[in-house]
Every structure is written in C-alpha cells, then in structure tokens.
Design a protein around this ligand. Structure first.
Ligand SMILES: [Zn+2]
Length: 310
C-alpha cells in the first residue's frame, strides 16, 4: 500500500511516494512561496497529482513547519511561513480528493527516524532536529506524542537562560538560541568580533559574512573561534539532553537536522556533557545518543507513514 509524504519547509516542498517499509519509491522537489498560503497548498496539490499519476495512493501526510492543532488539520501559527489559522488539511484534501493528515514537520521527522531510521526497535525516543532552530519530536511507548492540543515536544523553546538572547517565538533565552544552527553562527560572530586573533582562519574563509558552512570548514582547519562555537553548542546540547532525560527517561536520543552533518565536531563532547550532567548518573542506564540516519528524507517518510496509520 502506497502513501505520499510531503515536507513543507521554509524554502521548498519535498515529497515522495512511500511504501509500508518506509522506502521512497519516487521523489520530487519544488520551491515554496512561503509568504503565500494559497500557493503553498496549490504546490502541494501539484506534487501529489504528479506523484500519484498511474498509482493507487491511499492517503497523503503533510509535515509543516508550524504549530499544528490536535485534529491534525489546521496550522495555527508558523514562525517561518505565512500561516495563521490555516485550514491546510481541508484545502489540500479538496484539491486532490484524497484523505490528508497534517503534522508538525519535526514530529514527522521524529516518527520517520523512530520507525525506519536510527530509532528502529526503540519505544521511547527523543528526537532533536538541529536546523536554524531546534525541532523536537517524542515517541512514547511506540506512539508519537502530540500533547493535549497537538503542540507538544517543542523542546527548542524551553527557557535555558533568563535574560538571554531574543528568540523568534517572542520569548527570551530559549534553548534554540544556544544549541542550533543560528546559535552557532551567533556564537562564532561574537567570538570573532571580540577576539579576531582567534578567528583568523574563519575570517579568511568568510570574508566578512560568517555562516554555518564557513564555521564548519574553519573548525576543521583548527580555527579557535569556530571550535569554541562548536564546543558551546555541544555543552548546551548535552545539558539540554540531560534535562530532557530527567523528565522523559528515553531509551535513546536521535540528533538530526542540517547541523548534524557536522556532528564529528560536537557529538562526542555533547555525549560527555550529557553523561556528566544527568541526574542520578551512575545509578541508571545512559540513554544512547545516536545520529539520524534518514537525512533530509525523514520528514517525507514520517509524514507518509503517519498518513498510513491515520
Ligand atoms: Zn523560543
């Protein structure tokens, strides 16, 4: 039985036909007009029509970067897309004539990784997606946890530093301001400005505009400022996972997202900090900290599977 998974991001729509083993049979990618909700729905309908041509499709799962309600039909609010109380499920379903399930994109990724990726065989999984911000997903006793109103597992918006950095959500000092892609860039820029002598390689590579890629390259070449930025990310990540473990006691963490492509620069230190900060350490098993396996397709695979299980 085939379903279609769609992953709507800030700049593109990725979609695929997925079988019940989590294998993508066919895949497609389109740019998104993130500021125009109707165009996004039309784009999704277009890719669904394209992918379903000549196939029997059972349902469509859509992962969207926003707060999705508990009926999995309405996007209440999306920080990076123009959705406010957007009836996405109804719109897409009306356009394609198939059952549609809408899910938060980080939840869809967490489900994909848990079922078919790094979390295979695990029933209690905390998934942390390190992108521009931090996406969270939680699998409890084999089921995706959504919370009462569908908005659970937004780990990135726990306040970790009172009086800290301004977050895009409107609050201050959120975890994603210290352990995400944008945090890495902020840290590196701050260090490079305060101590340019420690950032010679980085400044040479970046030529004034410091972004994640240059920080990664510079860190691999031994740039002190870039290594310090990664160390800071590792410390905040390890501490955050220790805090999450004290509440949720998962069997494993899965760390994914774009930043995890540079995991060799921070994951060992994050594991070490996690082990040092975990409450009750020495008297409880240590949850494994694994890297995501499905890469950018986790959201498509997860959304498609959630549509199958609807
Ligand atoms: Zn926040």
């Amino acid at each position: 039985m085939l379903t279609i998974g769609v992953d709507i991001g800030g700049t593109k729509v990725a979609a695929g036909v997925v079988d019940d083993k989590g294998v993508i049979v066919e895949h497609t990618l389109r740019p998104t007009a993130a500021d125009r909700p109707d165009v996004v729905a039309e784009t999704v309908a277009d890719v669904v029509r394209e992918l379903s041509a000549g196939r029997q499709i059972e349902a469509v799962g859509v992962g969207a970067a926003g707060f999705v309600d508990e009926t999995r039909s309405m996007v209440r609010f999306a920080p990076n897309l123009a959705w406010r109380e957007e009836p996405l499920q109804k719109k897409i379903s009306g356009l394609v004539g198939l059952p549609v399930v809408v899910e938060n994109d980080a939840n869809a990724m967490a489900w994909g990784e848990s079922r078919f990726g790094a979390g295979r065989g695990q029933s209690f999984v905390v998934c942390i997606t390190l992108g521009t911000g931090i996406g969270g997903g939680l699998v409890v006793d084999g089921s995706l946890y959504r919370g009462r109103w569908g908005m659970g597992a937004e780990f990135g918006h726990m306040q970790v530093l009172p009086g800290g950095r301004q977050c895009g959500c409107g609050n201050i000092g959120c975890w994603e301001q210290y352990a995400s892609g944008q945090a890495l860039v902020k840290d590196a820029r701050e260090i490079a400005e305060a101590h340019p002598e420690q950032a010679k390689i980085l400044l040479g590579l970046a030529g004034g505009k410091i972004e994640g890629e240059e920080i990664t390259d510079a860190a691999r070449q031994g740039d002190q400022a870039s290594l310090a930025a990664f160390a800071s990310l590792a410390d905040w990540l390890g501490q955050g996972m220790a805090d999450l473990a004290s509440v949720l006691d998962p069997g494993c963490f899965i760390v994914g997202g774009g930043v995890s492509r540079a995991a060799d620069l921070f994951i060992d230190r994050a594991r070490q900090v996690f082990a040092e900060k975990l409450t009750g350490r020495g008297h409880r098993p240590l949850a494994e900290i694994r890297l995501a396996e499905l890469g950018a397709s986790a959201g498509v695979v997860g959304a498609a599977d959630l549509a199958r299980l609807r």
